[in-house]
Design a protein around this ligand. Structure first.
Ligand SMILES: [Zn+2]
Ligand SMILES: [Zn+2]
Length: 134
């Protein structure tokens, strides 16, 4: 199922909606409205803010990644460093399995599960990101 989630521009609350074309109001302030239709994929313009620049990002939980490394570090004295190799491999495999998000530069809306990302969408570029910083 495809969905979109973003931080509310009005109150900063992080919320999401299914991409079924239905409007969903921010549950905290009710001021902002999300309305995304998966049939419009791939988006030329962000359905939330009309921005036309996007980047790709792994939908990877950073905490899990840190935890794996931490566990690897703890076992280093017992395994003569082998645990680090095993865990970085595990980390790598996990990382490859993680799906990618399609993220809007301007409003930060994250689009999940829409299908293969357009090839011309690159990873986050700080130069472009700076242009959109509030
Ligand atoms: Zn809000
Ligand atoms: Zn946007």
């Amino acid at each position: 199922m495809s969905s979109v989630s973003k931080e509310c521009d009005v109150c900063g609350n992080y919320y999401g909606a299914e991409a079924d074309g239905m409007s969903v109001l921010c549950p905290q302030c009710g001021e902002e409205e999300l309305s995304v239709f998966s049939g419009d994929w791939p988006f030329q313009r962000c359905p939330c803010c009309d921005c036309h620049q996007f980047y790709r990002r792994k939908d990877f939980n950073q905490i899990i990644g840190c935890f794996i490394i931490l566990v690897g570090a703890i076992f280093v004295p017992f395994t003569y460093g082998l645990s680090l190799i095993v865990l970085s491999l595990l980390d790598y495999l996990l990382y490859r399995k993680v799906p990618e998000l399609f993220v809007c530069y301007k409003c930060g809306a994250e689009f999940r599960g829409f299908g293969p990302l357009p090839k011309d969408v690159a990873v986050f570029d700080h130069h472009i990101g700076e242009l959109y910083e509030k």
